[in-house]
Ligand binder design. Structure first.
Ligand SMILES: *[C@@H]1O[C@H](CO)[C@@H](O)[C@H](O)[C@H]1NC(C)=O
Ligand SMILES: *[C@@H]1O[C@H](CO)[C@@H](O)[C@H](O)[C@H]1NC(C)=O
Ligand SMILES: *[C@@H]1O[C@H](CO)[C@@H](O)[C@H](O)[C@H]1NC(C)=O
Ligand SMILES: *[C@@H]1O[C@H](CO)[C@@H](O)[C@H](O)[C@H]1NC(C)=O
Ligand SMILES: *[C@@H]1O[C@H](CO)[C@@H](O)[C@H](O)[C@H]1NC(C)=O
Ligand SMILES: *[C@@H]1O[C@H](CO)[C@@H](O)[C@H](O)[C@H]1NC(C)=O
Length: 928
């Protein structure tokens, strides 16, 4: 809108100029001082390379270039110069329009045009000055029209602007202006004020209410916060109010004058209901309240605003149905309610609103059939009804009677679609997901303009026909075939011919053969959960724009081509999870790595890990679990300051973990699973001190790790891509289909760690799941574990811990799973709190524990006290260490995997189920 009105005013100015030129003979003679000021200005500014200023058409000649000192012998009259306007009588320069003049270079107080004190109109718009607005502008006290838009002005708006009390039109839009105090409130003659597209912040000054003449006010796309001032109620002439794309709070104002025609409050943080007073704005033609937090129902009085042509209430929390009164809105062209909680049926009277061009009711809970009257909307360009609960049969031929319908999206309902043969339409977007289709509709053959095509979750089975691979070869940008029963593509190997294809989703089919090769422009390629076999073709290394690739859950095998490293500059997410890849992991290329997520788990890859991973500074998630990687602990991974999840479980990592370096290491780590490896030595006590995210309570912008990764515009049936993992949680192998941001876990089980449990672990106050089982830990069961106030599961089983279970552990009120079985613990079991819920299995294999739930009574113990736990320990640790060492070395040498398989013996099944339930209930309550 802004751009357009700019074009318009620019055109008008241009026309005026043309007109004034044609009357050159009647020009007054210009004054010498003003003439030299203009020529000085010409001399002190630079002209950028042309063409410049592409709005509306590229400018080839800058206005000042045509200014010349003389024509033949006579001095030229500056009043006839391009962009200069003189007073008809006095000959003084009163107007200067240097918009789109390809000017660059700084202007300041010495700049000569500021000596033209009689200027009533000044435009420097759409040049490039890259400096502050010079305060000297406050001297031009006669200005009524000032346009400095789009010229890269930076910094605060000078206070002196407040002296220009004659201003009626002020446009400072599209600059880089900052600041919270606006010297505007005294400009009481202002009629048109545009400060949009800047970085102004703070609250909107209530002094704006003094500008009684204001008709047009735009603060679009700034950083204003707080409420819309009630003083706006005094703006009785206001027609155009645009406060969109700020951070305004409070409610939609109920005090606006009745002349308002255009109201845009989109992208703020407004709450509450849409006020009934809006029903008084009978002139309203444009209403955009999208992307706020509005609640309640859509008020029926909006239906009284019969001049409305555009209404967008999308992305709020509105509920209820579409009010009947909307059938009065006969002028309505744009009608968007996307992403609310609206329900009821789509009313059949919608067919009477024949001016409708864009209709978007998607992502709501509308049910019932699509009314047949929709086919009366002959002017429709786009119809979005996807992601509702619509049912019944739709005839595509009927819908196609709107000759310009280019975007039709019906996906994710419960519709059945019938398709005739008469479709002569050219679609641009076609969403026919979940439409009960049994095959590829024939009419697609001719759809050469398609950009987006969604056929996901239909019943399309068997081979993809050859012709389909040619549909819209030149244009197709996004393709979604996921959730069908496709078995193969026409040839093998397939190289997709769609030149522009950027998003392809073929997940959840039965595709066999080798993985189809997408075109080099592909950005998002999802083909997981199929039956693909064969290796990764080196052709995949040509995907120079790839950002996400998901080949997980297939039967692919073979070596990973070294050239995959070519992708590391763009690739952000790569999952090869659950295939049969073998061999080494390719190094990355050079020093660029865009990866945020890499999941190579459940393959048969060997090591070592590529050291070049340390260039992946954005890496959040690294899962190499369940391979055969032989390496030592990668201490340098600690310098990846975004790493949240590190899973190396079930490999052949070995050796000491050692101590961290001096710097910050693993500050964001939330989940670390090193279980089932061959680490030995003492627990990494130094590292525990560094794992800040496990110590400090944080609030996270989103609920799941990685869930903001997919851009909103992707045309996928499920546009969220979550990171997944499979770890032991509370004694149970658990598949996480998404990972809550606050889940914290340490699993170091089934290694050969020895020595005592270090005190540093007591600082990890946010830790929820701790598993140190099946190691060779010795010493006492330390009381400082009671500091882990959030602990929900503690597994210390199958170690050599001795002494008593400290009573302090009673403080662990979140504890749901506790396992100290097969240690050398003695004495009474704590009896109250959580400990009242633990069963026999938690304690067995400790000959000298007593009390409930064990059958051994504590007084029995006194009869036969155990030998001194301390001395036993000292004796023991040395010799058995040696023994285990031998096993480790033997296993290592012969290539055997050494590890203890953790059974489900920790908890009984019924108890486990109960725990899972408790767990999820507690999560729902949200503790942080
Ligand atoms: C603006 O006006 C005030 C008085 O109203 C004056 O003191 C000040 O110098 C003026 N500023 C400029 C830049 O002209
Ligand atoms: C407006 O004018 C009044 C008096 O003329 C002055 O006190 C005040 O500072 C001015 N406000 C602004 C924002 O310039
Ligand atoms: C406005 O933005 C500046 C710079 O970003 C910031 O320092 C200042 O605190 C902000 N002021 C308000 C009131 O938000
Ligand atoms: C709407 O207009 C009517 C009649 O002019 C008036 O009585 C009423 O108070 C107005 N409502 C609001 C909320 O301004
Ligand atoms: C969808 O509609 C069916 C009836 O067609 C109804 O049983 C079901 O509850 C609806 N689902 C939602 C989420 O509204
Ligand atoms: C197809 O179009 C032709 C001519 O426009 C018409 O005669 C015929 O009835 C249509 N067929 C169907 C199945 O709609």
């Amino acid at each position: 809108m802004e751009k357009e009105s700019f074009h318009l005013s620019y055109m008008i100015l241009l026309l005026t100029l043309v007109a004034s030129h044609s009357h050159a003979s009647t020009q007054p003679l210009c004054h010498e001082d003003e003439r030299s000021a203009l020529l000085e200005f010409k001399a002190t500014t630079f002209i950028r390379n042309r063409p410049c200023c592409y709005d509306p058409t590229p400018v080839e000649q800058a206005k000042t270039e045509s200014w010349s000192t003389s024509i033949g012998q006579t001095k030229s009259n500056c009043c006839s110069w391009a962009g200069v306007e003189c007073d008809k009588v006095s000959g003084h320069v009163i107007g200067l329009d240097l918009s789109c003049s390809c000017l660059s270079g700084k202007i300041n107080s010495a700049t000569s045009i500021f000596r033209l004190l009689r200027l009533r109109s000044l435009s420097l718009a759409w040049n490039d000055f890259s400096c502050q607005i010079p305060p000297v502008i406050g001297n031009l006290g006669s200005l009524s029209h000032l346009d400095l838009s789009g010229s890269n002005f930076i910094g605060p708006i000078p206070h002196s602007l407040g002296n220009l009390t004659q201003l009626a039109h002020l446009d400072l839009s599209y600059n880089l202006l900052i600041g919270t105090t606006l010297p505007i409130g005294n400009l009481t003659l202002l009629n048109h004020l545009d400060l949009s597209h800047n970085y102004l912040n703070g609250t909107i000054p209530s002094s704006f209410g003094n500008i009684r003449e204001l008709e047009h006010l735009s603060l679009l796309y700034n950083q204003f916060e707080g409420e819309i001032p009630s003083s706006f109620g005094r703006l009785g002439h206001l027609k155009h109010l645009d406060l969109g794309l700020n951070s305004l709070t409070g409610e939609v104002p109920s005090f606006l004058g009745n002349l308002v025609k255009y109201l845009n409050l989109r992208d703020n943080m407004l709450i509450g209901q849409i006020p009934s007073s809006l029903g008084n704005l009978t002139q309203l033609t444009f209403l955009d309240l999208r992307i706020n937090r509005l609640t309640g129902e859509i008020p029926s009085f909006i239906g009284n605003l019969v001049r409305l042509t555009d209404i967008d209430l999308g992305y709020n929390l509105l509920a209820g149905g579409i009010p009947l009164s909307f059938q009065n809105l006969l002028e309505l062209g744009v009608f968007r309610l996307r992403s609310n909680q609206l329900s009821g049926e789509i009313p059949s009277w919608l067919g009477r609103l024949t001016q409708l061009v864009d209709v978007d009711l998607s992502f709501n809970q509308f049910h019932g059939a699509i009314p047949s009257t929709i086919s009366q909307l002959r002017n429709l360009n786009s119809l979005y009804l996807n992601s509702n609960n619509l049912s019944g049969t739709v005839n595509l031929d009927t819908l196609s009677e709107a000759k310009n319908l280019g975007e039709l999206v019906l996906s994710s309902n419960k519709l059945s679609l019938t398709v005739g043969t008469n479709i002569t339409h050219r679609y641009v977007s076609l969403g026919l997901g979940s439409c009960n289709l049994n095959g590829f509709p024939e009419f697609l053959r001719d759809q050469d303009d398609l950009l987006l095509l969604d056929l996901s979750y239909n019943n399309i089975s068997g081979q993809v026909p050859e012709w389909f691979l040619d549909v819209s070869i030149e244009n197709l940008l996004q393709l979604n075939l996921s959730g069908n029963f496709l078995t193969s593509l026409a040839q093998d190997p397939v190289i997709f011919k769609w030149k522009e294809l950027y998003v392809a989703d073929l997940r959840f089919n039965e595709l066999q053969g080798s993985v189809p090769i997408p075109p080099p422009k592909i950005g998002y390629y999802f083909i997981s959960n199929n039956r693909l076999s064969g290796g990764i073709s080196p052709l995949m290394c040509n995907l120079s724009s790839i950002r996400m690739i998901d080949l997980s859950y297939n039967n692919m095998a073979g070596f990973l081509p070294q050239c995959l490293s070519n992708l590391s500059g763009t690739l952000e997410v790569m999952s090869l999870h659950r295939n049969n890849f073998i061999g080494n992991i390719p190094q990355l290329n050079g020093n660029v790595c865009a990866l945020t997520m890499i999941d190579l788990s459940y393959n048969q890859l060997r090591g070592p890990l590529p050291r070049s991973l340390q260039t992946c500074k954005a890496l959040e998630f690294l899962n190499f679990g369940n391979n055969q990687i032989r390496d030592i602990f990668l201490s340098w991974l600690g310098s990846l300051l975004s790493l949240k999840v590190l899973i190396l479980q079930s490999n052949r990592f070995h050796g000491l973990i050692g101590e961290p370096g001096d710097g910050i290491e693993f500050p964001t780590l939330e989940i670390i699973d090193l279980s089932h490896n061959m680490f030995f030595g003492s627990l990494p006590s130094g590292y525990f001190k560094h794992w800040t995210a496990m110590r400090v309570s944080e609030t996270y912008p989103s609920s799941y790790i990685g869930d903001r990764i997919l851009p909103k515009w992707t045309f996928l049936s499920d546009p969220t891509f979550y990171y997944t993992m499979s770890v032991i949680a509370k004694g149970i192998q658990t598949n996480y289909s998404k990972i809550q941001e606050y889940l914290t876990l340490i699993d170091l089980s089934s290694n050969s760690f020895s020595g005592a449990i270090p005190e540093t672990i007591g600082s990890l106050k946010q830790l929820e799941l701790l598993n140190l089982s099946s190691n060779m830990l010795s010493g006492l069961l330390p009381p400082f574990l009671a500091n882990l106030a959030n602990l929900e599961a503690l597994d210390l089983s199958r170690n050599r811990l001795s002494g008593e279970i400290p009573q302090e552990l009673l403080q662990l009120t979140s504890l749901e799973v506790f396992d100290v079985s097969y240690n050398r613990l003695t004495g009474p079991i704590p009896q109250s709190q959580q400990f009242a819920t633990f069963e026999n299995n938690s304690y067995k294999g400790n000959s000298w524990l007593c009390g409930t739930p064990l059958s051994r009574k504590c007084r029995d113990l006194k009869a036969s006290p155990p030998s001194s736990p301390a001395s036993e320990d000292v004796q023991d640790s040395g010799s058995s260490m040696e023994l285990d060492w031998k096993i480790v070395c033997m296993g290592y040498a012969s290539g055997l995997v050494i590890g203890v398989v953790l059974g489900n013996s920790l908890v009984t099944r019924r108890r486990a189920q109960r725990l899972v339930k408790n767990f999820s209930r507690r999560k729902q309550r949200g503790r942080r």
